[in-house]
Ligand binder design. Structure first.
Ligand code: ATP
Length: 418
């Protein structure tokens, strides 16, 4: 187990372009941290620098307080799981899992190695496959063998590079739960790279969001979701993504495409009069006024619905709007960066499955303006981020992390002593 500290880490490849630019991150002992961001944001490069497969151009990498920039990968005591499994085809599952232990000659005897292989096989349900070769396994089973091989070592930390991206959606979901369970019960510091925001949100104690090599925000999933620092994080986290709407400041009001809402105090008092800002409202924060009454303080409006999709548990409705040219370009640029497929000039709302709205209807929708964020289009900054609330969320998530780690470890001790 280990604490991993990244201090002002920079990576410049041959052309001098910083693929990772001044990243600082302090990963606590036993913590599960996700590096996430769109393709090319530098997350794999960062992971490879931690494990030692890539040189660090500038900055310091510390493991348990010791600077390890110049230490060879094998001397860092970290265990990595790759996207493509990297199993030895001529060895059985048992031999593949045991391989790292047989490499460390003399450290463990035969019986100890067997015991650890059994334990990994228990944890990952691999018993019936132990004598098979990787070629005869499914993708999910191979990935479990790769994880087994990573966990049998006494590694200080686990590093995962997109381990689930070759699996189908159902298996990805199952493996996600297994990884979460395994990490909790072992309590080993874990750094996990993914471009999938669902994986990031469900697995991470904290999630570090990268954009073009620069760390945007590192926070618990809940804080990222509720209190994003900027447009980029707000647009990356959440599916369907947050709606971004042009918002013109007029006195103490904000004019949106469908309605007017009271301007939040920071916007009203921030010298933005007449300016065009960007309002962000999550799809699930809208409701159908025919299904649920409009509560006190909410704002309702009528809108022409283009298309609906009924999914059984909820209903998506798409509502096109005209975006002013000033914001349109910025939103299209953001969409490209986020690898987005959504058209930014339509509102996506997630409604109760009871809603009977169909394409072509004029619907009455409502939302709470207090759930809306307001962004400065020139800097992307979230003007309405509530620092006090963010601090509380961070405190709460750290408390929950410790509690769940302690519980898992107590269960482990019970199991050992039983
Ligand atoms: P992906 O999800 O597509 O793997 P990523 O976020 O992991 O993306 P990296 O692979 O870390 O991104 O790459 C970050 C940037 O560094 C990219 O612009 C990439 O083109 C560049 N890069 C990566 N490896 C090299 C290399 N060996 N030489 C030069 N540039 C590189």
């Amino acid at each position: 187990m280990a604490r991993i500290e990244l201090k002002n880490i920079v990576k410049k490849y041959g052309d001098g372009f910083p693929a990772v630019n001044d990243v600082s991150l302090d990963i606590a002992d036993g913590e599960f941290v996700i590096l996430v961001g769109p393709s090319g944001c530098g997350k794999s490069t960062l992971l490879r620098m931690i494990v030692g497969l890539e040189d660090i151009s500038e900055g310091d990498l510390l493991i348990d307080g010791k600077r390890v920039n110049d230490l060879a990968p094998r001397d860092r005591d970290l265990s990595m799981v790759f996207q493509n499994y990297a199993l030895y085809p001529h060895l059985t599952v048992r031999e593949n899992i045991a391989f790292p232990m047989t490499l460390a000659k003399g450290k463990l005897d035969r019986a100890q190695i067997d015991q650890r292989v059994q334990r990994a096989a228990d944890m990952l349900e691999l018993h019936e496959h132990l004598d098979r070769k990787p070629a005869n396994l499914s993708g999910g089973q191979r990935q479990r063998v790769a994880m087994g091989r990573a966990i049998v070592r006494d590694a200080k930390a686990f590093l995962f590079d997109e381990p689930l991206s070759n699996l189908d959606a159902k298996l990805r979901g199952q493996m996600r739960t297994e990884i979460a369970r395994m990490q909790r019960s072992l309590g080993t510091t874990t750094v996990y790279v993914t471009h999938d925001q669902t994986e990031a949100m469900t697995l991470g104690d904290r999630v570090a969001v990268l954009r073009k090599g620069v760390l945007q925000q590192v926070a618990s999933p809940r804080e990222l979701y509720e209190q994003p620092v900027n447009l980029f994080v707000a647009g990356f986290i959440g599916a369907p993504p947050m709606n971004f709407l042009p918002a013109r400041v007029a006195g103490d009001r904000l004019q949106l495409p469908f309605c007017e809402v009271p301007a939040p105090a920071v916007v009203r008092d921030g010298g933005h009069e007449g300016k065009l800002l960007i309002a962000g409202v999550r799809p699930e924060h809208f409701d159908d006024a025919e299904v649920t009454d409009v509560p006190e303080g909410a704002v309702s409006f009528e809108a022409q619905v283009d298309v609906t999709e009924w999914l059984g548990n909820e209903l998506y409705a798409y509502v096109p709007f005209e975006a002013a040219a000033e914001t349109k370009e910025q939103l299209e640029q953001l969409d490209r960066e986020l690898d987005g497929e959504s058209l930014r000039s339509q509102l996506v709302v997630t409604l109760d499955a009871m809603s009977s709205i169909v394409g072509g209807d004029t619907a009455r929708l409502w939302f709470h303006p207090r759930r809306m964020h307001v962004f400065d289009p020139s800097t992307g900054e979230n003007l309405t981020r509530d620092e006090e609330q963010a601090r509380k969320l961070a405190e709460q998530s750290e408390k929950l992390r410790r509690r769940s780690l302690e519980r898992a470890q107590a269960q482990n001790e019970d199991r050992v002593s039983a």
